[in-house]
Design a protein around this ligand. Structure first.
Ligand SMILES: [Zn+2]
Ligand SMILES: [Zn+2]
Length: 482
């Protein structure tokens, strides 16, 4: 049906394909069918990563599996980049344009769940893929391999680069990769994310800075000689009180949240150590930096008032997503071509069981069949793709890998991501991404227009400064408090 054999014969004979012949074949159909041909292998890879369910910076098996797949397909793989053992960059081709595609693979703590439509952890309190990053990483690798095969066959100039980006969930793997200059010279970087809708509209997110404030005091018998003690927990509570008063006097749209990760061990011992873990978000990274200084001042004041000492470890800091409508429209056209997801009767039954368990109530499962109208959306969350989007023109999209209405970070997301609904969404994402990379490699005007929009939105004189400052990757951030 396709001209693949004829093309291969011409290549074998050393005859270059003439432009008309190349244009006459539908490359996008070829890309889709080459992904379909390997569907069972990609499903097996995503299922393995789903079972590994490795937390941020500990994704050794997941990262190795994706690297091996890329190396076997002919990519040259640079492992352990940016000082992160599980980060990698896999490259194929040479010259311009350079198109980057992002692959995530970390899981979330405490969300272990079977691929069944009722709450049933596989292992109590163990991690689970509640953000679908097993599908994210696998689909990106599948897209890159399909594009690589077409490039090899047609001697298409240009470069495709897969970024294996660890610890998206709070560890900020991409920030360190951006800071290390690994995105220098990249023309466009595409990503996608599992979701409960098919949507390629341009999106924004919130900039976010986070850190752990560690208070140290003096322990003493809480009844026998409390006057000798200085409670580290008092430091934490005084700080939290001041920050809670601050909420009235911050710009609209600010989000501040904390958890006390250590507050002493027994009421009859004055705690000499306490730790509170803060997140601070706003759509403007500048506001985040200003408010962060006020939170630090509250911590210093709390320490002074309670006779304790405080030190801060910045854990993460990400920019808001910088949207790019030019790229989003290109992705949207391909997502519409690929289409939504049609359930089998068994998948529909699964969706109908999941529906009533969702906090927002059941939605019509056939929403998964549709692609959302093209529109800008503003998410309340944060992602380290934000940092990439300020150094390289970027756009992302989602496919319905989860039952309509399923939020990220839920057991329902883990469940659908481990069965055929998740697999179908992953394959659609791989096809959409492959087709868009093809457009970018063959349409220089698209790359130029995306760059122009990027420059305009970023503003003249913008210099990227990571919100994390000089800190090293927090490779142990998923390990319990010190
Ligand atoms: Zn997430
Ligand atoms: Zn995610």
């Amino acid at each position: 049906m396709y001209l693949r054999h004829a093309v291969a014969t011409l290549l074998a004979a050393g005859i270059s394909i003439d432009a008309t012949a190349a244009a006459s074949q539908d490359v996008k159909v070829q890309l889709a069918s080459s992904i379909d041909a390997k569907r069972s292998s990609y499903t097996a890879i995503s299922d393995q990563i789903w079972s590994f369910a490795e937390l941020g910076y500990q994704e050794h098996k997941s990262s190795a599996l994706l690297q091996r797949e890329l190396a076997n397909a002919g990519f040259s793989v640079q492992a352990a980049v940016a000082g992160i053992p599980t980060a990698f960059v896999a490259t194929y081709g040479s010259g311009k344009p350079v198109i980057g595609v992002l692959a995530e693979f970390d899981a979330l703590p405490g969300l272990s769940q079977g691929a069944v439509p009722e709450r049933r952890p596989l292992v109590e309190h163990a991690p689970g893929h509640a953000c679908g990053h097993h599908l994210f990483g696998t689909a990106t690798v599948a897209a890159a391999i399909a594009v690589k095969e077409w490039m090899a066959r047609t001697r298409q100039p240009g470069t495709i680069r897969v970024y294996g980006t660890p610890a998206e969930e709070g560890g900020g793997g991409k920030i360190y990769m951006v800071r290390a200059g690994l995105f220098d010279g990249v023309d466009v970087a595409l990503d996608w994310h599992p979701g409960s809708e098919n949507d390629a509209g341009p999106g924004t997110s919130l900039a976010n800075k986070s850190g752990k404030f560690r208070f140290r005091g003096i322990s003493a018998h809480a009844a026998g000689s409390p006057w000798n003690g200085r409670s580290a927990l008092d430091g934490v509570e005084a700080m939290n009180h001041m920050v809670n008063l601050m909420r009235e006097h911050v710009p609209d749209g600010t989000r501040i949240h904390y958890v006390i990760t250590s507050g002493g061990g027994a009421p009859n011992v004055v705690p000499d150590f306490a730790e509170v873990y803060y997140y601070l978000r706003h759509k403007d990274a500048k506001v985040v930096l200003e408010l962060w200084e006020r939170i630090q001042a509250a911590a210093d004041g709390a320490a002074m008032g309670t006779g304790t000492k405080v030190e801060l470890e910045v854990i993460n800091g990400v920019y808001a997503l910088l949207p790019n409508e030019t790229l989003a429209r290109a992705v949207d056209a391909n997502l519409r071509r690929v289409g939504g997801i049609t359930y089998t009767p068994a998948e529909r039954a699964f969706a109908e069981k999941i529906g009533p368990t969702l906090t927002g109530g059941a939605r019509d499962p056939s929403e998964a069949e549709r692609v959302k109208p093209f529109a800008q959306s503003d998410a309340g969350g944060s992602t380290d793709v934000g940092d990439v989007s300020w150094v390289v023109p970027n756009s992302g999209f989602s496919t319905a890998t989860w039952v309509p209405g399923t939020p990220a970070h839920s057991w329902q997301a883990v469940a659908a991501g481990g069965m055929s609904i998740g697999h179908k969404g992953m394959v659609n994402a791989a096809k959409t991404m492959a087709m868009t990379v093809y457009d970018l490699l063959t349409t220089p005007s698209l790359v130029t227009a995306a760059r122009a929009e990027f420059e305009r939105r970023r503003g003249a004189g913008f210099v990227y400064r990571p919100l994390i400052g000089e800190r090293k990757p927090p490779l142990d951030y998923r390990v319990n408090p010190k």
